[in-house]
Design a protein around this ligand. Structure first.
Ligand code: OAD
Length: 232
């Protein structure tokens, strides 16, 4: 496979979706075996569902934590982390909430859809919560239900995260999009923004996405196999 000529680029963004974690063993959302075939997001992944039945929503997220904790980052995650360590100007903009990039060693990671390992109290704000069993379900200070600090359907993205991710996208001259179907907005708009701003855009995905036509280079393969071949 033709390698990416890294010396030609100053700032690189890895824009990742659920397919990035697929070879680690974490389910994607759409397509065969996708999580939204088994679950209805209206029942487990929106504020209205949480208001109606917080235990059910937290049980769903407990399963997601347990799935994530039983999996490990793969060679593709490590290639991205190693690149960041080896040169300036490498950033991850991810839709994933599983923390795999950070576990592999990536530091500059903008999590557009929040993080599975944080919770939020309506009165006392955000706190870290690494417990895979989600045993603390109410705020110890006020007793309110603690919701996962992730962007559910019908939620707004965090302004600060969007601003930081947008800065990275506008600064990049190479965008590598990996494992996203590109159907969820506003995240799906980032590759086009990078392209309009002059970045060379590459897609790594075994299947076509909604925006495959946009990319200058399309690699039909899996993240864990393609990334080491492209960069090492
Ligand atoms: P999707 O599940 O919609 O798409 C996953 C993509 O990964 C598909 O295009 C697959 O073809 C591709 N894929 C599968 N295995 C792969 C592999 N080994 N290597 C590379 N690509 C592979 O996931 P997202 O686009 O991330 O929201 O979905 C966007 C958002 O929708 C998610 O962030 C999630 C969901 O509702 C939240 O969790 C808040």
């Amino acid at each position: 496979m033709e390698k990416i000529a890294l010396q030609a680029y100053k700032n690189i963004v890895f824009f990742t979706g659920a397919g990035m974690s697929a070879e680690s063993g974490i389910h994607t959302f759409r397509g065969k075996g996708g999580r939204w075939q088994e679950y209805n997001w209206q029942e487990v992944a929106c504020q209205r569902a949480f208001d109606r039945d917080p235990e059910r929503v937290l049980d769903f997220h407990r399963l997601r934590r347990q799935e994530a904790i039983s999996c490990a980052p793969h060679a593709g995650h490590r290639v991205i982390a190693d690149l960041e360590a080896a040169r300036p100007g490498v950033t991850v903009v991810t839709q994933n909430i599983d923390g795999m990039h950070q576990r592999a060693g990536s530091i500059k990671v903008h999590e557009l859809h929040g993080c599975l390992w944080r919770v939020r109290c309506p009165q006392h704000g955000v706190s870290e919560d690494p417990d895979p069993t989600f045993s603390t379900r109410r705020c110890p200070q006020c007793g309110s239900w603690l919701r996962p600090d992730i962007v559910w359907f019908e939620d707004m993205l965090d302004d600060k995260v969007v601003a930081a991710a947008t800065r990275a996208i506008l600064a990049c001259d190479l965008l590598i999009s990996i494992g996203t179907s590109a159907v969820v907005w506003p995240a799906a708009g980032y590759p086009e923004l990078a392209k309009r701003n002059g970045a060379f855009c590459v897609e790594i995905n075994p299947e076509p996405s909604e925006i495959s036509d946009l990319y200058e280079r399309v690699i039909r393969g899996k993240a864990g196999q393609v990334l080491p071949e492209l960069f090492e």
